[in-house]
Design a protein around this ligand. Sequence first.
Ligand code: XIL
Length: 320
Amino acid sequence: GFVVGTAVAGGGHHLEQDYPDPFTYDKEYRKHLGRQFSSVSPENQMKWDYIHPERDRYDFGQADAIVEFAKRHKQVVRGHTLLWHSQNPAWLEEGDFSQEELRSLLHDHITTVVGRYAGKIQQWDVANEIFDDQGKLRTQDNIWIRELGPGIVADAFRWAHEADPEAKLFFNDYNVEGVNAKSDAYYTLIQDLLKQGVPVDGFSVQGHLSTRYGFPGDLEGNLRRFDALGLETAVTELDVRMDLPESGVPTEAQERKQADYYQRMLQACLAVEGCNSFTIWGFTDKYSWVPVFFEGEGFANVMTDDFARKPAFYALRDTL
Ligand code: XIL
């Protein structure tokens, strides 16, 4: 039951100028995607701005293609994501909607998108990144929480569950690998929601790590405390970025450290009973979001630009 996944590149802001859609046009990419993984996550293709580009129009093209691909390759799919502060279309963020309208927009969106893929999505990131690093709810930049109050989060889980009772419904975030203010906030909120009977099934850590910072050593303990609530846990977006080397080629020491981080993430997940899904955020540096989003850092994935396997690839393989 343990699956190893990758994000499927496409639609990223960082890709649009440089590459045609890799999932569609890169044969070698698709070969590795089909062979090396048992789970796939759309990197962007199920986000609001891609799947719901206009108020009265959905665009399922790319998302459908990924779900089809997964079926052909006997892979499961992680849906990402339904309620988030980022990558929402301008028509939504800049629209002038009443509370009732916003509520029904979210309800329709969740019902439509989750319903379309009912039975085909193993886990959904229902709510993504709803807390800031201090563990405060994002009451300013998250349109749903700002306009409708925190109760909308529970409703999103209820609506998703109605649309697909089989999908496991997750909270997902970054900087929650260890025990800290932010993961504490999730721990408290989820306990509260479970008491109210809200259908929350899982808590997942993204795992966007950097070798600049230390490895989150209490990851396993953190996963365990959510496990003890009866939840599934998962690693959903692992990549390990490093400082760009002057020579343009990472040193052996850098690659070893990176491999070690990848391996320890996997070991922690394997050690926790309900951690049954482990996903890396893309497998090749060729299409990584990292160089565009983190100045001076890169080489975050387990394969190089030309799909050569790095020590991190072998570290994962040998740990499985
Ligand atoms: C990133 C994608 O990788 C990029 O292509 C896109 O331009 C921006 O978003 N947390 C998440 C992911 O939950 O959806 C983000 O993905 C990375 C951080």
